[in-house]
Design a protein around this ligand. Structure first.
Ligand code: NAD
Length: 378
């Protein structure tokens, strides 16, 4: 009997062929799968740290187009806990060594890489080579060259690649993008974007270790400020100048503490961003020809809030991770837009590298030249 995998089955459904005609060709085991597994994509989380534990796994209990099908962990003690909590069968549990055999597992359609940044490229590429769609957490990788290898692996293996940029699925952020697209307040003149928190914990954590993180505040929180500046202007920047500040060198031995950067955009708009592991700030403000808009907070996953020169914004609060993973599911199942494609992650890494170069060159302006506009992300 011809076997139709769930991924192909979903694609067939999406192309509008009647489900009953397709079901006639399904092997019994597949046909007997419960509703959850027959019309939702199975996601395997790789790396069961705080983001997977407290955000992604809970969100996957409410998603409509995907569900938590498997886990990949380097910590054996987590296997049982997660299996019991989420009813994950033993055959869908992997470690970092046997991960590649996930290619034979029809329950897993998408691999979501939620590891320290230095491991993003390796696991995204291995997932692509196993024929699985990939969601890669931010920052995409350690540098632009690694981003290229991830994109190439996904292209060569015919799988989709999305970034864990949850805000593109979030209603306040989508409203900002609408303001820009529809020129609700006229042309954007200036954007100020801050994404920062104060780190006082374990000085040996991976985020403060450059070999594991690739950088400090800029690669961790700074990518949110870069994203804010771009979707609040609807353009990719054409230049950046940057400055670094250090007040706690004994704690931030290896990674950047605070960075400011100024961007120029093709329209003439300018933006200033601040990112830090020493300062608390989370805000996006844009002043325009005919008014202004603001999100504060702008990138946390506690509810966002916003206002404009015409009044308060008020949107329904839902898990951003749920919305994000469902949007990626819709991209795969129904050919919906990829709101945060890998190329967007790569673009941000080009900007990160230019910021660091400007700092090394004492604030010298770096020219940027992007051919593709991923500002709106589909
Ligand atoms: P975390 O430290 O809580 O978890 C990291 C996981 O990786 C742990 O399970 C740990 O066991 C595992 N790991 C494997 N090798 C490791 C090593 N050499 N050192 C340390 N840990 C190792 O981190 P997190 O907060 O879950 O972040 C994971 C990824 O998710 C990062 O890339 C981060 O930027 C991203 N993230 C994204 C968001 C978002 O809003 N999109 C939020 C938080 C984290």
């Amino acid at each position: 009997m011809k076997t139709i995998t769930r991924r192909k089955f979903s694609g067939t459904l999406a192309r509008g062929i009647g489900a009953s005609a397709v079901a006639a060709h399904l092997p019994l085991a597949c046909a007997m799968k419960n509703k959850q597994t027959s019309d939702k994509l199975g996601i395997a989380l790789v790396g069961l740290g705080s983001y997977s534990t407290y955000q992604l796994a809970p969100a996957l209990q409410d998603t409509e187009h995907c569900f938590l099908a498997g886990i990949v962990t380097g910590t054996p003690a987590k296997e049982r806990t997660w299996a019991n909590k989420y009813g994950i069968p033993q055959k869908n549990i992997y470690n970092y060594k046997n991960f590649d055999s996930i290619k034979d597992n029809q329950d897993i359609d998408v691999v979501y890489v939620v590891l320290p940044n230095s491991m993003h490229a390796e696991f995204s590429i291995r997932a692509a080579q196993a024929g699985k769609h990939v969601i890669c957490e931010k920052p995409m990788a350690m540098n632009v060259a690694e981003c290229d290898t991830i994109i190439k692996a996904c292209d060569e293996n015919g799988v989709k690649l999305g970034m864990g940029y949850r805000l593109h699925s979030e209603p306040y952020t989508q409203e900002v993008k609408r303001f820009v697209r529809e020129k609700t307040f006229g042309d954007i003149l200036y954007v100020s974007a801050d994404a920062a928190y104060r780190s006082t914990g374990n000085p040996n954590q991976w985020r403060l270790n450059k070999k594991l993180s690739g950088g400090g505040a800029l690669v961790n929180m700074g990518v949110y400020a870069i994203q804010s500046a771009i979707y609040s202007t609807g353009q990719n920047p054409i230049s950046v100048s940057a400055q670094e500040y250090s007040t706690r060198p004994a704690y931030f031995k290896d990674t950047d503490e605070t960075i400011t950067a100024q961007f120029e955009f093709p329209s003439g708009a300018v933006a200033n961003i601040m990112t830090s592991h020493n300062i608390r700030a989370n805000r996006l403000y844009a002043t325009c020809e005919n008014g202004w808009f603001e999100l504060d907070p702008a990138s946390t996953y506690i509810p966002l809030a916003g206002r404009t020169s015409r009044g308060e914004l008020n949107f329904k609060q839902e898990s951003q991770q749920k919305l994000q993973m469902d949007d990626f599911g819709k991209h795969i199942l129904f050919d919906g837009p990829n709101l945060a494609p890998g190329e967007m992650g790569r673009r941000d890494m080009v900007i990160v590298e230019a910021v660091y170069k400007s700092i090394r060159e004492d604030g010298k302006k770096q020219k940027l030249n992007f051919e593709t506009d991923y500002g709106f992300g589909g």
